[in-house]
Each structure stands twice: as C-alpha cells, then as structure tokens.
Design a protein around this ligand. Structure first.
Ligand SMILES: Cc1cc2nc3c(=O)[nH]c(=O)nc-3n(C[C@H](O)[C@H](O)[C@H](O)COP(=O)(O)OP(=O)(O)OC[C@H]3O[C@@H](n4cnc5c(N)ncnc54)[C@H](O)[C@@H]3O)c2cc1C
Length: 281
C-alpha cells in the first residue's frame, strides 16, 4: 500500500476491522477509510458477551473497542447495519445490500466468522438461542434468572462460560456434549478434567457422549420462554428432554439427544415445583 492517500474499504466492523481502521490512522494513513459492518453496533469486544455482559455487569461503553466518537474524530467513515453482498474486482467496488456501490483502492476483508449452525430439526423453535453477537447476548440475558433451567449444547469455552454465568444468575444448567469430555478440541485431558470438576462443583450437570438430534415444540420465535426445564427420560436410550414453559403455559419445546455408541448415562432429575417430574412420559 505505497500511496497512503488512496481509498481503503474494510468489510467487517468487528475486532479486526475496527483495529485495522484505527491502526491505519495511528500509523499515518491519510486517505479515506470506510469501515462497513453488518451489525448495528460500532466495533465491540465479544469476550464479555458470555461472561460479564451476560451477568448484567458492565456498561455498554465498556464493550466498545474504542469510544463511539473515535471514528468520526479520526475521519473513519463507519457505516453500520451495512452488509456487503458482492465484490466487483474489475470495477474495484463492493456492493451493499442496499444496492449502493462503494469504490475502493485497497480492500480489507475482516468478516470474522459465524456461530456454526446446528442443522437439526426444530432449530427455528422459540426458546433456542445462539451466541455470537451482542443482540444474541441481550436476547439470552432475558431468560437467565433464578430457577430458569437452561440446556447448553457444546462444552467448548463459550458453552462453559455461559454455563458459569447462568449458574451465577441462579439458573439450573445442563451442558450436553457429543464428545467424551469437555473442551475436547481446545484443552488437554487434565485441563478438561479440571474444568469439568469445577463446573460440576458449581452445580452444572454435564452430559457427555450425547449428540443432540432435534428440538421439538411449537414453531416460531418472539415468545420467549418463562422458564426452561429439563429432565432425563430414558438412560437406556440416552434420551434427554428439555421442556420450556412459556407464559401462556400452553407451549413447550424439547431437546432430544441420543447417546453415541450406545453408552448409557445416569442422570438426576431437576426442576422447579411445577416442572414435570418422574421418569418418563
Ligand atoms: C461469546 C463469545 C466469547 C468469546 N470469548 C473470547 C475470549 O474469552 N477470548 C478470546 O480470545 N476470544 C473470545 N472470543 C472470540 C473472539 O471474540 C473472536 O476471535 C473475535 O471476535 C474475532 O474478531 P474478528 O473481527 O476477526 O471477527 P468478528 O468478531 O466475527 O467480526 C466480523 C464482523 O464482520 C461483520 N461482517 C461479516 N460479513 C459481513 C459482510 N458481508 N458485510 C459487512 N459486515 C460483515 C460481522 O457482522 C462482524 O461484526 C469469543 C467469542 C464469542 C462469540
């Protein structure tokens, strides 16, 4: 990038995109810098989303990578809720979902990643949450309260962090992991055992070797569960159900998990006073 007065366009206003825009200015880039982000929020830090922010701690300003006024003050044209749909390399433009085109001399792609979608039946049901963005965290926050019963699929770092945050807020938590140990891809066996012990001591129920196959329940978002309960139905079949109670008391959602390799597991039964108890349907 020899000529430092050319137009730079950065696609993705996350940690990487926000940082590169700031560093361009810090190291003397004089030309126009445009930062295009699909989310409605200026560049922010995701790590607190599963920790302090989820627990209701900290201010919005603490999440931001740089103060809100930073971009204007540094002549960075930050454009939010602005999704790039195509790059035209011969014309040196990017196309926006709005139909607009933005010209560039230098293009930086900082589009990060998405949460890996769980492509199983019922994933569109009310009461199911994904955690990647601030909007996801805010939505999840509304159901984490004392007595709520929460199932978390995936015992990676983020799953376990959410488990700890939910426990800190008084929720009952079960973590379902398809592998034979927690943090299977990212931690050594002794470290995984340490974390499993700590979470279990904190009251998190961990189910291993169980791959979730489906969510069952009423269709549609927008009707958040009042409480989420779960119970282990049939250890022989390794079948787990998670039931959500809604304000109307008429709707329910369930998660069905089946064990890998026919292994059995014996789990306790948890629930609030009016949660279905017993050993099956
Ligand atoms: C809940 C949670 C907790 C985490 N905790 C930790 C932690 O404790 N420690 C740690 O090291 N890491 C943690 N991470 C990971 C860390 O947040 C990521 O590594 C980091 O966000 C990566 O930054 P990025 O800018 O590369 O990508 P992203 O944060 O994914 O940002 C990319 C941005 O590009 C935007 N974008 C994508 N496509 C387009 C498009 N076509 N047009 C316009 N914009 C687009 C996206 O909307 C997004 O805002 C955590 C992540 C999450 C979700």
């Amino acid at each position: 990038m020899g000529d430092n007065s050319a137009q730079v366009v950065i696609v993705g206003a996350g940690h990487a995109g926000g940082s590169v825009a700031a560093f361009l200015r810090q190291y003397g880039w004089q030309g126009p810098v445009t930062l295009l982000g699909a989310e409605p929020t200026p560049p922010y830090q995701r790590p607190p989303l599963s920790k302090a922010w989820l627990k209701g701690e900290g201010e919005f300003a603490d999440l931001l990578l740089r103060p809100a006024g930073f971009y204007q003050a540094n002549r960075i044209d930050l454009r939010l809720s602005c999704r790039v749909t195509a790059i035209d390399r011969s014309a040196r433009t990017v196309n926006l979902a709005s139909g607009e085109h933005v010209a560039y001399e230098h293009l930086i792609l900082a589009t990060g990643c998405h949460a890996r979608a769980l492509r199983i039946p019922g994933r569109e049901l009310a009461g199911t949450f994904e955690l990647r963005t601030l909007a996801d965290a805010d939505r999840l926050r509304t159901v984490l309260r004392p007595g709520a019963l929460i199932a978390i699929i995936g015992a990676g770092y983020i799953g376990l962090e959410v488990a700890a945050s939910a426990r800190a807020l008084g929720a009952e938590v079960v973590v379902i992991e398809r592998e034979s140990r927690v943090l299977p891809r990212v931690a050594s066996v002794p470290l995984g055992e340490f974390f499993q012990r700590r979470h279990t001591e904190a009251g998190v129920r961990i189910i291993l070797n169980a791959a979730v196959e489906a969510f069952e329940g009423p269709v549609g978002h927008g009707n958040e569960p009042e409480n989420v309960s779960w119970f282990f139905v049939d250890p022989d079949d390794y079948r787990l159900e998670i039931e959500a109670r809604y304000p109307t008391q008429q709707q329910a959602a369930a998660v069905v998990a089946r064990g890998k390799e026919g292994r059995n597991a014996h789990m306790g039964l948890y629930g609030g006073d009016d949660v279905k108890k017993g050993n099956g349907r």
